[in-house]
Ligand binder design. Structure first.
Ligand code: NAD
Length: 271
């Protein structure tokens, strides 16, 4: 389905690790819609090499960058503009990592070095990216930045541990920076709050499989897939949504507005 929604637009897409990654699907969809972009990920993720296949498929260059490093991010925005031939029109922030989750540490016993690392990688990286871009004036007017988040920022999901607090910070950065960048350059910044999705980051969370099924049986439309999420991101990068900014947008098949479903009640023998 190509209708050139992003024709003439230049982008930076972070976070494509393998073909399950939400960012991978965003890259495929953005390519289909006529965008040109660079792909980036942490140097350590490059070693797995899978991103090369995506680069080939979408005709894009890979620029390694650790999203916590101002130096790497400066290089990323500099080289991306050189490679793409102008200012950047859209950025996807699709970066998440919690060492506390990886090591299965309960929330109340969080290790604070790991907590700080999680904040730096998964939330502050958005601030750093935006600060670098703003200083360099690297994003064009009416440009669009989208960061991926999860509803644990609003409601408690015990297994999501420190990432719940980190996502709350990410969403707040999108609002706060969205104000300043909006006033100065009309750059818009939103977060997309996505359904549980079977990716490396998602399935790394304890109990993910059961929770995935639970969410699927609550959401009237079922869980939103990575591919659907990519389509939504494409609309947010496009000019059709140019007055949308500083929002946390739920992309979850209606899950966030549903208290309980008949399916869940039936399973509990209450219906
Ligand atoms: N999978 C889900 O259930 C789900 C639900 C809602 C939101 N999200 C969010 O979507 C985003 C993408 O995750 P995903 O599910 O596609 O998993 P993923 O594991 O495919 O992607 C996470 C990416 O973050 C990258 N990353 C980690 N540290 C980095 C660093 N220092 N610098 C640059 N990149 C780094 C990884 O290399 C990886 O590509 C994350 O923000 C995640 O929290 C995921």
């Amino acid at each position: 389905m190509a209708n050139d929604l992003l024709k003439g637009k230049r982008g930076i897409i972070t976070g494509a690790l393998d073909e399950n990654s939400i960012a991978w699907k965003v890259a495929e969809k953005a390519h289909e819609q006529g965008a040109v972009f660079v792909l980036t990920n942490a140097p350590i993720a490059m070693r797995m090499g899978e991103i090369n296949a995506l680069a080939e498929k979408t005709n894009s260059k890979i620029i390694p960058a650790d999203a916590t490093s101002i130096e790497d991010l400066t290089k990323l925005f500099t080289e991306a503009q050189e490679v793409l031939g102008g200012k950047i029109d859209f950025v996807l922030h699709s970066i998440g990592m919690s060492v506390n989750i990886r090591k299965n540490i309960p929330y109340t016993e969080s290790n604070y070095d790991y907590f700080s690392k999680g904040i730096d990688v998964s939330a502050m990286s958005l601030h750093k990216m935006l600060a670098v871009a703003k200083k360099m004036d690297a994003i064009s007017e009416w440009g669009s930045v989208v960061a991926l988040t999860y509803m644990a920022a609003q409601r408690t999901y015990p297994f999501y541990t420190d990432m719940a607090d980190i996502k709350a910070m990410l969403e707040s950065i999108a609002r706060s920076f969205g104000y300043h960048y909006g006033v100065e350059k009309k750059v818009r910044i939103n977060t997309v709050s996505q359904s549980p999705t079977k990716t490396t980051a998602g399935t790394g969370i304890k109990g993910f499989g059961d929770f995935y099924d639970f969410a699927d049986s609550i959401a009237p439309l079922g869980n939103a897939s990575a591919e659907d999420c990519a389509n939504y991101c494409v609309t947010l990068f496009s000019d059709l949504t140019r007055m949308v900014t500083m929002q946390n947008l739920f992309h979850d098949g209606g899950y966030s507005s549903t208290g309980v479903s008949s399916e869940i009640l039936a399973k509990m023998g209450e219906e």
